[in-house]
Write a protein that binds this ligand. Structure first.
Ligand SMILES: [Ca+2]
Length: 176
């Protein structure tokens, strides 16, 4: 696999040694923050705006605890608008990482969840997952994947709290 085979837009990047907290507000996640070469969130609004223009696919790239690179693709991919809480929509999975975004029990699933940040709780938990577990994410009650956190990055059972790095990329799909 070539992660950078043409046409991909990076929407997220993180690493275990991140120096930023990721504990940002809804509006900071909305418009994005960070540095695209180190730790980065494009902005939930911009991810939505891009994904509505064409049919997109998404690639989650995960470096596990042994620094092996794995990936999980979902095709198609979209993020609904802010009035819908930037709800995540994922299509069919393929890849070398496990299907950790969409195959889990309802309490740990991410597909079809709204985005939550510490000051906007849209999760399915009675608590506030973003406050308890960090960052902003498509939390349910609460997660099997969390990538927008300082340390503790998790992708299912592939790297539970000890992933080395992540990147999320999107590209127009060949699906039609
Ligand atoms: Ca809640």
């Amino acid at each position: 696999m070539n992660v950078t085979d043409g046409g991909w837009t990076v929407i997220q990047r993180n690493r275990q040694s991140t120096e930023i907290t990721w504990a940002e507000s809804w509006s900071t996640y909305k418009y994005g923050f960070g540095n695209v070469h180190t730790e980065y969130w494009l902005g939930t609004e911009y991810i939505h705006q891009i994904s509505r223009q064409k049919v997109y696919q998404v690639r989650f790239v995960i470096w596990d605890a042994a620094n092996n690179m794995k990936f999980a693709d979902y095709n198609p991919f979209s993020v609904e608008d802010e009035s819908q809480g930037y709800r995540l929509r994922l299509g069919t999975y393929s890849g070398t990482a496990e299907d950790a975004m969409a195959s889990k029990s309802p309490s740990a699933n991410h597909d079809n969840m709204m985005f939550s940040a510490k000051d906007q709780d849209h999760d399915t938990s009675s608590g506030n997952c973003a406050s308890s577990h960090g960052g902003g994410w498509w939390y349910s009650a609460c997660y099997s994947v969390r990538l927008n956190v300082k340390g503790g990055m998790t992708w299912g059972s592939l790297c539970n709290g000890n992933c080395k790095a992540s990147a999320i990329l999107i590209k127009p799909t060949d699906y039609c």
